[in-house]
Design a protein around this ligand. Structure first.
Ligand SMILES: Cc1cc2nc3c(=O)[nH]c(=O)nc-3n(C[C@H](O)[C@H](O)[C@H](O)COP(=O)(O)OP(=O)(O)OC[C@H]3O[C@@H](n4cnc5c(N)ncnc54)[C@H](O)[C@@H]3O)c2cc1C
Length: 459
């Protein structure tokens, strides 16, 4: 084992030596990374603390997986490209396709929006089903190996201390079985509580600056059996909050096995309760249509709450000194307020960006890690601005740069007008969706064709 560490540290071993990547964490970011790196390495070893279930079952390391998760359109496009046929497998397993404007009954800014077909189809299923399907697909790939029940505890430096050459880990069963494993590229996909800032300091590197924006949003999710006689004209019912006065929103979403997920959220510390009476009152406050739908369905789980939804960006992309061969992505790099549904898609975009950096370097790995962190910064920026821009509209929100220059004030004024226009103009709504779904950058909302419709109030 130590010989392997030395090989990776010195780059010795010859051009034909099989190359190994280590991926730390087997959740969404880890799975995407393993998939992408399998195209560039002979072996990809995924180290995960949990024992991974065969099917769509919860596990301790990803407590958020019981909350509702939606994969944005950009993420679904990447899924179609990197996991061909998986969408069809998910549908066969009960995932529900839905048109983003045709099948969604949406109340935004207090008004019901018209339903019309957009041709943009998303997929609704549990996070557990999605993750299990991706995992099953990767397990069939001979280049990828999952090592389960191991806790990664630190990094191993290569000679000279300027590169990461491997990791230390122990089996969860006992501290007596500590070991090291070497790799040519090591990827931290350990989630929000990733220890990389401390690990970097142990190797003599500075920790990253952090940006944190917290709108004090709370979630509650409860699963119901969809009513057998349900005859509504929607697959998803969505009530959005309106800053700064109305912090409450909710949705009803279909999952596999005839399940409805009732998810309610309150920003600005208006946390939805998890007790029966409080849950019921919160649902009632979202309006008669929403409440009637919840009342018509039969609960099959208790309400589960979730807090701690701040957006947190560790700016690894800004560090001047960065160790070779070490990469941080996913929630470990930036965790978003989950209400915007961006985390899984940005993890996918980052994994793809890593693959592109490796390809661009012709397979040569030196320099790739620092360039990849900068690429993740770019993949993150648009989503970050969308999430934190919206969160900063709440009076209780903390964090974020104070921005009251002319351009920012114009930006806020324009977005306010645009949100009004979304309610009356289908073209503007489609343009807005493409940005929210991370298919297009926010700058596309300032294109003359969109601006004209927003400002001149085209019918
Ligand atoms: C309430 C909630 C709702 C959300 N809804 C959405 C949504 O609708 N859409 C969306 O795209 N995103 C959503 N997200 C975000 C999404 O869950 C994450 O972005 C996504 O899971 C990617 O995270 P990750 O893989 O980077 O980290 P995580 O999912 O946190 O996974 C980290 C993995 O590392 C393992 N691990 C941790 N430490 C160690 C260690 N020392 N050794 C070995 N293994 C270790 C863990 O067991 C786990 O498997 C939501 C998040 C929350 C909290």
């Amino acid at each position: 084992m130590n010989a392997m560490i030395a090989d990776a540290a010195t780059g010795a071993g010859g051009a034909n030596r099989p190359r190994r990547a280590l991926v730390l964490g087997a959740s969404m970011a880890g799975l995407w990374t393993a998939r992408v790196l399998a195209d560039h390495f002979d072996e990809v070893v995924v180290l995960e603390r949990d024992r991974l279930p065969e099917g769509a079952a919860p596990r301790a390391g990803v407590p958020q997986a019981r909350q509702y998760h939606v994969l944005l359109l950009r993420g679904l496009q990447l899924l179609r490209e990197y996991f061909p046929g998986l969408e069809e497998e998910l549908i066969a397993a009960g995932a529900v396709p839905f048109d983003i404007t045709g099948d969604v009954k949406l109340r935004s800014r207090g008004k019901w929006l018209r339903q019309f077909p957009s041709g943009q189809q998303l997929l609704s299923c549990s996070r557990l089903l999605l993750e299990a399907a991706m995992r099953r697909r990767l397990r069939r790939d001979a280049r990828i190996r999952f090592v389960e029940g191991v806790e990664v505890t630190g990094l191993v430096a290569g000679s000279g201390g300027t590169r990461v050459a491997g990791v230390r880990y122990h089996t969860r069963a006992g501290a007596g079985s500590a070991a090291e494993l070497g790799g040519d590229l090591i990827v931290d996909a350990l989630g929000r509580r990733s220890p990389t800032p401390a690990w970097l300091q142990e190797l003599g590197y500075a920790p990253p600056e952090e940006s944190v924006v917290d709108s004090f949003l709370g979630y509650v999710t409860r699963r119901y059996r969809r009513p057998a006689n349900f005859a509504g004209d929607w697959r998803m019912l969505l009530i959005t909050a309106t800053a700064p006065h109305d912090p409450r929103g909710g949705l009803i979403f279909p999952e596999e096995n005839g399940v409805w997920v009732v998810m309610m959220a309150g920003a600005n510390k208006d946390y939805p309760p998890t007790d029966e009476a409080g849950f019921d009152a919160f649902a009632r406050s979202l309006g008669p249509e929403y409440y009637a739908a919840v009342q018509a369905a039969e609960p099959i789980s208790a309400p589960i709450g979730y807090r701690g939804t701040d957006s947190r960006w560790r700016h690894y992309e800004k560090l001047d000194r960065w160790p070779e061969r070490y990469v941080v992505l996913g929630d470990a790099f930036c965790g978003f307020n989950p209400i915007y549904g961006q985390g899984m898609t940005v993890a996918a975009l980052s994994a793809v960006a890593l693959g592109e950096e490796i390809a661009r370097a012709g397979g040569q790995l030196d320099g790739v890690a620092a360039r990849a962190e900068r690429a993740f910064g770019k993949a993150t920026e648009g989503a970050w601005l969308l999430a934190t821009g919206a969160d900063l509209e709440w009076p209780e929100t903390v964090g974020g740069a104070s921005s009251n220059g002319l351009a920012d004030r114009f930006g806020r004024w324009y977005i306010d007008k645009l949100l009004d226009a979304v309610g009356r103009d289908e073209q503007v709504r489609l343009a807005f969706n493409e940005v929210n779904q991370l298919v297009k950058p926010a700058t596309s909302l300032f294109a003359p064709s969109v601006m004209a419709r927003v400002l001149l109030a085209f019918p």
